[in-house]
Ligand binder design. Sequence first.
Ligand SMILES: *[C@@H]1O[C@H](CO)[C@@H](O)[C@H](O)[C@H]1NC(C)=O
Length: 270
Amino acid sequence: MKLHLVVLVVTVVATSGRSSSLELLGNNELQFATSCPNDADIRPCECIVSSDGFSLDMDCSKVQDEEQLKAVFQADFPTSAFRRFTIHQNKQLRILRDGTFNYVTFEEIWITDGILEKIEDAALSDSASTARNLIFNLNNISIFPFSILSNFEELLSLDLRVNNLQGFPKLTSSTLKILYLSHNPLGSLPVDAFGGTPSITDLHLSNTKITEILPGTLQGLPKLRNIGLGNNQLKELVENSVQCNSNTGLVDLGYNELRTVHPNAFPGKK
Ligand SMILES: *[C@@H]1O[C@H](CO)[C@@H](O)[C@H](O)[C@H]1NC(C)=O
């Protein structure tokens, strides 16, 4: 009886034209792990099943425009929980629009080395309870929905290196550990910049046109390990500008214009 069930399910999979994976659990119950949509329904995107059969990745690097990307996610998705979304070196997509992903969720979203300028407020919201890594480096982003990140329960890293963010963002995330904002024309570092991100371990702020660090800016970050502040326009380090702790490893201040460093500029340093 059990054997018949197995054969039947395998036949259904084989004729449905989907790439799927099956797992026989220890208690002999059958379970679909993951299943891609039909290839034809998601072109020019590609759905890839990981070698262990348990994760799905979606690569949409060849997408022509915003409308086509949205249309792809109108297809029938037998599994809506994906691991990774990728668009790499796409020179068409300027805006990531609200509703694009149509309830499909990702743990990692990589849109890199393109011309992306704007991510709309709710474009990433479907993945609020799943996203761990958001990677948008090497684009031209000036509008990013920082205000919604407080809803992202699993967020660990946000990578916005080499973009066009003007002004330090208002960030709130109790989980965020690694923040990359290097190579953006931020212009200044507000004293409360990290008031909403207490779990930060790695801070990458090189080449962001920062001219000063106000006393206490880096206070309240007990897990801070690495601080990259190279290639800025710092002329002076005042008292308590770089609060260190027992975890602090690397503090990079290379390529600035430092003339004056207060004796107590690095409180907490061993
Ligand atoms: C970058 O984005 C700005 C709008 O914020 C736009 O005016 C500019 O043309 C873009 N640059 C490139 C190289 O696409």
